[in-house]
Design a binder for this molecule. Structure first.
Ligand SMILES: Nc1ncnc2c1ncn2[C@@H]1O[C@H](COP(=O)(O)OP(=O)(O)OP(=O)(O)O)[C@@H](O)[C@H]1O
Length: 335
């Protein structure tokens, strides 16, 4: 992180207003005989210059959150709630109710970039990296010559050799495809970037290189929502961290506060699983999202659970951030 450590979550007042305000976002998938509760009542603000890391175990709803914001969910999904994007100029747009035409023309790639989780399947297979990048840049207003130069710069920025751009996606390694996908998302310079596991398949130096690239985008005014399993990555570059468990945010804090004094037993468990800490995994497994308990979904795995956890805790402000726990680890947190 290059910014000084904040002691509480950034507020909308007294600094630039949120670029993205998500309020009550809920996603359900209909399956034969079941409903998947993929994202539930999720609210967050993301400000220009802020890098927010969303962390949590596999299947907790991180990618669905990103796809919901871009209107990229399949037909069996029902999305409710609001996700207002406040561009620097122009009217705010609710990403949830905006039509496909508006999302395709004005939002995806232009106002909101996406580094997808599986670039190998997301990259158009019949175009070289160079053509993909140049087409993207030209679609965003670069003249032909400028697009060619900018494509090479974008490749070098993510650690690709310009010659790699002449390969087709199937000729790239997983890590190279990942870097090309990152270059494609960054090249049009969107004010908001959703990066879904952007360091998958990269060696450590390239992981750090990519993270630092995202950080620099924030330092020049963009906002980044970084979805990651990698807590070390979050710690390295995020201003704020939201911990998701079983489709909900259970804790949301400035990064130093989360790593220094987590409030939720689940966050503490994730930190204890780090090799440099206790290296002990969180015991048990997350619940099925088709069959969530009525109370705190973490209670069956929680060393602090009591009868009161049969009632679901509300995500409430605690002066440092937001926390949903009846028995928080931090003193003074709401119970
Ligand atoms: N099209 C779909 N139909 C039904 N369920 C789905 C669909 N897409 C995702 N899900 C479910 O939604 C839940 C959240 O998935 P999501 O991909 O957001 O998890 P994640 O936290 O990103 O996990 P990972 O870190 O492994 O990518 C999972 O239970 C997943 O199986």
């Amino acid at each position: 992180m290059t910014t000084s450590a904040p002691t509480s979550l950034p507020a909308g007042t007294g600094r630039r207003p949120a670029l993205l305000s998500v309020d009550g976002l809920t996603v359900r998938f209909r399956l034969p005989g079941a409903v998947v509760h993929a994202v539930t009542d999720l609210s967050l603000d993301l400000h220009p210059g802020e890098l927010l890391a969303v962390v949590g175990e596999s299947g907790c709803g991180k990618s669905v959150l990103a796809h919901a914001l871009l209107g990229l969910l399949p037909r069996n999904a029902t999305v409710t709630g609001q996700a207002r994007l406040h561009p620097a100029a122009g009217e705010p747009v609710d990403l949830i109710t905006a039509g496909e035409r508006h999302l395709a023309r004005q939002v995806r790639g232009r106002a909101v970039g996406l580094v997808p989780q599986s670039p190998a399947t997301a990259l158009t297979p019949v175009r070289t990296g160079r053509r993909l990048l140049e087409e993207t840049l030209r679609a965003h207003g670069h003249p032909r010559r400028a697009a060619a130069d900018a494509a090479e710069r974008a490749a070098v920025d993510v650690g690709l050799h310009p010659a790699d751009l002449d390969r087709y996606p199937h000729e790239l390694s997983g890590g190279m495809a990942q870097r090309l996908a990152t270059a494609l998302a960054l090249a049009p310079d969107p004010p908001l970037l959703l990066a879904d596991e952007p360091t998958t398949g990269l060696d450590r130096p390239l992981v750090d290189h990519t993270l630092d690239l995202l950080r620099r985008r924030c330092d020049t005014g963009a906002a980044v929502l970084l979805i990651t399993h990698d807590l070390a990555a979050a710690r390295r570059v995020a201003d704020t961290v939201a911990v998701m468990y079983a489709s909900r945010i259970v804790e949301h804090r400035p990064t130093p506060a989360l790593f220094g004094q987590p409030g939720h037993p689940y966050s503490a468990g994730l930190l204890d699983a780090l090799p440099e800490r206790a290296f002990t995994p969180v015991p048990g497994h997350p619940p099925m999202l088709t069959d969530l308990p009525a109370g705190c979904p973490f209670a069956p795995r929680c060393p602090r659970a009591t009868d009161s956890c049969h009632t679901r805790p509300r995500l409430a402000d605690d002066g440092v951030g937001r926390l949903a726990c009846h028995h928080p680890l931090t003193p003074g947190a709401p119970t």
